[in-house]
Design a protein around this ligand. Sequence first.
Ligand code: NDP
Length: 251
Amino acid sequence: CKIDYQPAPNLLANRIVLVTGAGDGIGRAAALSYAQHGATVILLGRTIAKLERVYDEIEAAGGPQPAIFPLNFEGATLKDFHDMAETLDKEFGRLDGLLHNAGLLGRITPFDQYNPELWQQVMQVNINGPIWMTQALLPLLQQSEDASVIFTSSSVGRKGRAYWGAYSVSKFATEGFVDVLADELANQSNIRVNSLNPGATRTQMRRTAFPGEDPFTLRTPEDIMPTYLWLMGPDSAGISGDKLDAQPPRA
Ligand code: NDP
């Protein structure tokens, strides 16, 4: 956890960074923060109006001109991921950062009542889609001198919890995939892969999961950005296959 990290103002200058789920919550904060530190950010998500708002905010703040890439992980095919890679290759020629942040909670419900279609949906958005997107983007990541791939985990991806069903299982799979890919890429010093658990953060997803909780007791997405910046930028060079936390555990 690098909550006290003080990034250089130009930490991500000249870097091309893709953020999934960039329209809301933690992804929105990461996109704004990466742009503020000099990155050209590709805003990927399913709700175009939200992505456009983030785009406008980055422009208004004087950040490098971002790009919008509409994509819904539900229903996205291999062809969509390869078309995306082709577009990004033409436009940028490489990718220096990939923040897998988009996520779906599904339902908090006893397993005997879990709907199998919803289970598949959660697995598709949280792990299967991101895996095939990563495969399609590997050639672009190879073109970078220092590419950081970050998968978003959760405390329930490290220790299971009753009723969290597919969400918890998808985050365990995320941790497993990070281990596998980091190990495969260990001899390629230019691509590192890590998992990052944001910890309890004031977003819509957290409100849905814990409706009785006072959101003002939680850290905001902006509060946890130091670790997101550290792991995306050159100060974490050499770190791969690690499981990180963006905030200290709550008392
Ligand atoms: P939000 O629900 O606020 O934001 C999730 C983002 O993912 C939204 O931008 C959403 O798009 C996007 N998204 C959801 N489904 C899809 C899809 N099918 N295709 C493309 N984009 C999609 O969640 P958070 O910001 O809280 O969560 C971000 C990440 O952090 C997730 O991976 C989550 O699991 C993880 N996390 C969050 C914690 C917390 O306390 N908040 C704790 C632990 C982990 P749209 O805006 O269109 O809905």
